[in-house]
Ligand binder design. Sequence first.
Ligand code: C5P
Length: 219
Amino acid sequence: LSESNLKNKNVVITAGGTREAIDPVRYIGNNSSGKMGYALAQAAAYAGAHVTLISANSHQPKPNGVKLVPVTTAKEMQTAVEAEFAKTDVVIMAAAVADYRPEETFDHKIKKDSAESLEKITLVKNPDILATLGQQKQNQFLVGFAAETTELEAFAQTKLKAKNADMVIANDVSQAGIGFNSDENAVVVISADEAKVVLPKAPKTVLAQKLIELIATRI
Ligand code: C5P
């Protein structure tokens, strides 16, 4: 086996789903389990990379040989990624980042019959972490994920350009048994200069190894 290009490279991987608090007991969240990001972190560590795994609300076991940074919200995730970015060679944004957060977070539990009703919650947009990194990048290789239900490749191409990413890994979340919370996935890998790579349905651990090998050949 030839030595991986990722050996001794600094790799940041985000995983899980951010939670945006409404009050101390309620939040806006999503169904991401963190399985894909954790599998990528393990595969990158096996390839010899120095891996920082920035993890939002995942219950997956910590991969061996990675630095785990737990976060809750999108803003915390952004701060954690930004802290590593200057010394990072590869960023893989596998996390499902909430696009919106409540404008106001109450410091006490809102009672259902109180004047402070939760019938209307005003949402504000979260920062797009990947797009922000795309603006700042020097030599970093930026990888994003695209979870779509229609026109997978077209939307992935648009995302690649809009976020100035180097690679987008697209999966069809409308297909039963793959994607969110599942142990399996099937993806199409899009990049600016290279032909697309189709990776058919397989366990996320197997796909993660293939994706890490592919990234290693492109950096
Ligand atoms: O735009 P969309 O959410 O579909 O893009 C998905 C990609 O962008 C993922 O890699 C995700 O981690 C990243 N993202 C982000 N910040 C957001 C939303 C998505 O970094 N606020």
